[in-house]
Design a protein around this ligand. Structure first.
Ligand code: HEC
Length: 117
C-alpha cells in the first residue's frame, strides 16, 4: 500500500513536470542557478514582448530572433557587450533598451542555459 502511494506520488510529479507551460519545458533551472532564474524573469518582463525567450519558436515580433538562436550567435562576454550596446544605440530594428549591468549579467546567464537545448 505504502509503495502504491509513493508510486502515485511519482507519477503525479512527473505529470506535473510534463504538464507545465511551454517555457518550463524548455527551461528547468536548478535551484543553484539563481542568476539564470532572475534572468528568465527579467526576460519575461522586458524582452518577451518581442522575442521568443525559449529555444525556438515564433517571436511575437517577427524580426526578433528567438533567444535560443541568439545563444548560438554570441559568446557570453560578446552577448554582454551586445546588450550593453543595444542600451545606447539599439540594434537595427530593435530600439535602445537600457539594461542595468546586473540584469544584463542575469539575462546572459539565462541565455547561456539555452545552449544545446
Ligand atoms: C520592442 C521589441 C523588442 C524588445 C522589447 C527587445 N528586443 Fe531584442 N530585438 C528586437 C528585434 C526586432 C531584433 C532584430 C533586430 C534586427 O536584426 O533588425 C532584436 C535583436 C536583439 C539582439 C541581437 C540578435 C542578433 O543575433 O544580432 C539581441 C542580443 C537582443 N535583441 C536582446 C534583447 C534583450 C536582452 C531584450 C530584453 C532586455 C530585448 N532584446 C528586447 C526587438 C526587441
Amino acid at each position: 500500500m505504502k509503495r502504491a502511494v509513493i508510486l502515485a506520488g511519482l507519477v503525479a510529479a512527473s505529470l506535473l513536470a510534463a504538464g507545465c507551460g511551454h517555457l518550463d519545458q524548455t527551461f528547468l533551472p536548478t535551484r543553484e542557478d539563481k542568476a539564470a532564474e532572475r534572468g528568465l524573469s527579467y526576460a519575461r518582463n522586458n524582452c518577451a514582448g518581442c522575442h521568443e525567450i525559449g529555444v525556438s519558436g515564433a517571436s511575437p515580433r517577427a524580426l526578433a530572433p528567438a533567444f535560443g538562436q541568439i545563444r548560438n550567435r554570441f559568446s557570453a562576454p560578446g552577448l554582454e557587450r551586445e546588450i550593453e550596446a543595444i542600451g545606447t544605440v539599439g540594434h537595427y530594428d530593435m530600439k535602445p533598451i537600457q539594461v542595468e549591468p546586473s540584469d544584463r549579467r542575469d539575462v546572459v546567464a539565462y541565455i547561456q542555459t539555452l545552449k544545446g537545448r
